[in-house]
Ligand binder design. Structure first.
Ligand SMILES: *Cc1c(COP(=O)(O)O)cnc(C)c1O
Length: 565
């Protein structure tokens, strides 16, 4: 036995497990070594190629959890680090060795080295004054779910490769379907011929690729079924508003439609897709022999939180579809991207935005943005799973098994791009059990209420420093006004004044970020017919409280006063 082990080169100087600081032996008696019997458990436990013992893992694991808890306490405390990392390009890599360590080192030292290396290079997304992009709000229960997932480290590509990973996910997605007010047709147990169901994707970007390939193939099948000989991919067109997320264009690039396969539809003065313009565009394209196959509607755009009129879009698709039957391919797929704002749907008062969602073919939102579930966790539902399976099913011989063959189970590898998948439902399960839906509603409502009060203060600023551009959910968009915009008496050129306001807005943003006291990001969208620079204030951090939003208001006011001539 020992000889075989040595021959195979599996055993180093003394055994399978190394115990770090403890050195010789404690804890080497259990775990892997003991399971394999023989002299393994007697190893000295400190040689090259040795594993960490279960006891050492307990010790380092507790210490790591302590470090994480303290990190969060520090972010919340009076001596919090700057929100935005101050390192320059190459600083972090420059502090690292140029090649991997040849010899293992003592783990406590390794962990401390790693923490010291990484911390200065972190932009603290969990800082209570992180208001950039959209939140990516973590929570301790979700972290425990991540730890548990790492701990069991199952790969749930098939039902059989871990039935619990599939069934917990399916059920949790059914819970979430109800929790955000989606109709029952999206549930996995829906009572209609072609069942729906939900799946956890890594990101909204992957979700839209899944929707796009299903849409692409469904349209091509329909065109062929309608009598055409073939439907070359160049004929296909996808539609989204000019304010839609870049992931739709990227998805089209991945799905083979290319950038030129996407037509961006104009928006109204509140940045919402113009459903009439969508219908005209689809009809125009169809008249040229093209095949509209996909429409992406956004609930809560990235720039301003705009909500596309889902009902009107669905009706436009319906009308177009009934006129475009046969060789024209029928109605395009309707995908709903609610990456950020979807979390607000746990509250009934926000459900106006999903009126008409029963027409949608797929619906997606990211609990990893605003629902306290650690990255990554993006939920995708489809009303007809067969459309997705048609495009993404594979069954090589080595994955065949009785459960799959009987068709009685879900194999999630056919609902996503990769084969392998982590057990991500655990963290969402724990989040739901920590807060309950009631708790999640309360948190979302607080964020929206703080956004509303912040927006009111921006709009009502006595010194005329700001223009409130919009407030949607917990996202506030604003401009800083140049002095010459103050008077409104036409002094100077209005457009030149607004340009000066744009430049000032950018300088204020940079100064706030350089202060380290808060982090904000910007965008450019048309305001009164011209692209303008806006500051986005996205509220939704786990540790954010109203006092942090108030502090941001003070910081913005002071910064404007310093910078505005
Ligand atoms: C953030 C965002 C996305 C992309 O999210 P990922 O999960 O990072 O791919 C897509 N759509 C909208 C509207 C977003 O705000």
């Amino acid at each position: 036995m020992m000889a075989w082990m040595s021959d195979a080169g599996l055993v180093g100087a003394g055994g399978w497990e190394r115990d770090g600081m403890d050195g010789a032996g404690s804890g080497t008696g259990d775990g892997l070594g003991a399971g394999l019997g023989g002299g393994l458990g007697d190893g000295l436990g400190d040689g090259a190629g040795a594993h960490m013992s279960a006891d050492a893992f307990r010790r380092h694991g507790h210490a790591m959890v302590d470090w994480i808890a303290s990190y969060h306490e520090r972010l919340r405390g009076d001596s919090a680090p700057p929100v935005l990392s101050g390192v320059r390009a190459g600083d972090v890599a420059g502090a690292m060795a140029r090649s991997a360590p040849e010899h293992g080192v003592e783990m406590e030292h390794a962990i401390a080295t790693l923490q010291a290396l990484v911390e200065p290079g972190l932009t603290h997304w969990q800082h209570p004054s992180f208001f950039g992009y959209f939140p990516c709000n973590a929570s301790f229960p979700a972290m425990l779910g991540e730890l548990m997932s790492a701990g069991v480290n199952v790969q749930g590509m098939l039902w059989q490769t871990s039935p619990a990973a599939t069934e917990v996910e399916t059920r949790v997605l059914d819970w979430m379907c109800d929790a955000i007010g989606l109709p029952g047709c999206f549930r996995s147990d829906a009572e209609h011929a072609e069942r729906g169901g939900g799946v956890i994707q890594g990101t909204a970007s992957e979700a839209v690729v899944v929707a796009l390939v299903a849409a692409r193939d469904r349209a091509r099948r329909a065109v062929v079924a309608g009598g055409a000989e073939a439907c070359p991919i160049e004929r296909l067109r996808a539609y989204a508003s000019a304010q839609a997320h870049s992931s739709i264009v990227k998805g089209a690039m991945v799905a083979g439609l290319g950038r030129e396969g996407v037509r961006l539809i104009e928006t109204d003065d509140r940045w919402r897709m113009d459903a009439g313009a969508l219908e005209r565009a689809m009809r125009e394209d169809a008249a040229r022999g093209l095949v509209p196959c996909f429409v992406g509607a956004t609930l809560g755009t990235t720039s301003t939180g705009a909500v596309d009129p889902l009902g009107a879009i669905g009706e436009a698709i319906g009308r177009f579809g009934s006129d475009a039957a046969g060789e024209m391919g029928g109605a395009p797929w309707l995908h709903v991207d609610a990456a950020y704002a979807g979390s607000a749907l746990v509250c009934a008062e926000h459900r106006w935005m999903i009126e008409g969602v029963e027409r949608a073919d797929s619906f997606n939102f990211n609990p990893h943005k605003w629902l306290l579930t650690n990255f990554d966790c993006s939920l995708l539902w489809t009303r007809r799973r067969s459309d997705v399976l048609e495009s993404l099913s594979i069954l090589p011989e080595y994955l065949r098994n009785a459960a799959t063959d009987e068709g009685a189970v879900i194999d999630y590898r056919d609902w996503q791009i990769p084969l392998g998948r982590r057990f991500r439902a655990l963290k969402l399960w724990l989040v739901l059990h920590q807060y309950g839906l009631e708790g999640l509603r309360e948190i979302v409502r607080s964020h929206c209420a703080w956004g509303e009060r912040f927006a009111a203060a921006i709009a009502g600023d006595g010194a005329g420093r700001f223009e409130l551009v919009d407030r949607a959910f917990s996202l506030v968009t604003l401009r800083v006004r140049a002095r010459c915009e103050d008077d409104g008496d036409g002094r100077g050129d209005a457009a030149a004044c607004a340009d000066a306001g744009d430049a000032l807005t950018k300088r204020v943003l940079d100064a706030v970020n350089a202060s380290g006291l808060a982090y904000l990001t910007h965008t450019r969208v048309p305001v009164r017919g011209r692209d303008r620079t806006l500051i986005r204030v996205a509220i939704g951090g786990t540790h954010t409280r109203e006092k942090h939003v108030e502090a941001l208001l003070g910081l913005l006011r002071r910064t404007v006063d310093e910078l505005r001539e």
